[in-house]
Design a protein around this ligand. Structure first.
Ligand code: CA
Length: 235
């Protein structure tokens, strides 16, 4: 498991739905654990320490509302509830059980992934709040306020998305970001499947920056910027 990878616990007794949700979440870069009952869910919650729980309302040995309340007594883990009917959503919201978001079956799995991302983004401190306005890597200097990129004394013109993509990677240096993560962070609310866009932009950045490009391809996963290249020898 990668250090930046979140674990999602999917609590759903219908195997076909659980499998299908798990596949989409894994494809989006999450680690997934599943539980088919309240009992399994309680065990998995303790064992896996998930970053988020997808929780079906109707379980064979209890109901999701009760489980949600039980989780809330000891944990702030974000909970995305699944229900079979729209009416249930109104009921759950009325009961204020403490879920963070709700989806009604049948749902588009891509929308579920987007909701999971959105809930997680709200749950963790906003990484887009920029600690600094300027990031450096070797001879490369990028300035967020002026939206300028320099390699040494030379200014390099990047397209807006190229700039944002480079910033995102530099801002997470040392961490591999998947194509889906980059799509989501740079292009916004985007579904899986467009990941070639990321490759095309990385290619452009590399072409423009030449040897100063800090982007490393991590085969089968995505891209990263190495922690820091060795400082140039000073004379
Ligand atoms: Ca169920």
């Amino acid at each position: 498991m990668r250090p930046d990878q979140h674990t999602i616990l999917v609590v759903e007794d219908e195997t076909s739905i659980a499998t299908f949700i798990a596949a989409y979440l894994r494809n989006a870069g999450y680690a997934v654990r599943t539980a088919a009952s309240v009992r399994d869910a309680v065990n998995e919650l303790a064992a896996a320490q998930p970053a988020l729980v997808v929780l079906d309302l109707n379980l064979p040995d209890g109901d999701g509302v009760e489980l949600c309340r039980r989780i809330r007594k000891t944990s702030d883990v974000p909970i995305l509830m699944l229900t079979a009917r729209d009416d249930d959503v109104d009921k759950i919201i009325g009961l204020e059980v403490g879920a963070d978001d709700y989806m009604t079956k049948p749902f588009n799995p891509r929308e579920l992934v987007a909701r999971v991302k959105s809930v997680l983004r709200r749950a963790v401190p906003d990484r887009r709040v920029r600690a600094s306005e300027e990031l450096r890597h070797g001879d490369l200097v990028i300035n967020a306020g002026k939206r300028e990129v320099h390699v040494g004394d030379e200014e390099i013109r990047l397209a807006p998305k190229e700039f944002d993509l480079l910033w995102e990677l530099l801002d997470h240096r040392g961490i591999v970001l998947t194509r889906d993560q980059l799509l989501e962070r740079v292009w916004g609310y985007t579904f899986a499947g467009d990941t070639r866009t990321v490759d095309v932009h990385v290619r452009q950045i590399r072409r423009k920056l030449g040897d100063a490009s800090p982007i490393v391809t991590v085969w089968g996963v995505g891209y990263k910027v190495a922690s820091e290249r060795a400082p140039a020898p000073t004379s």
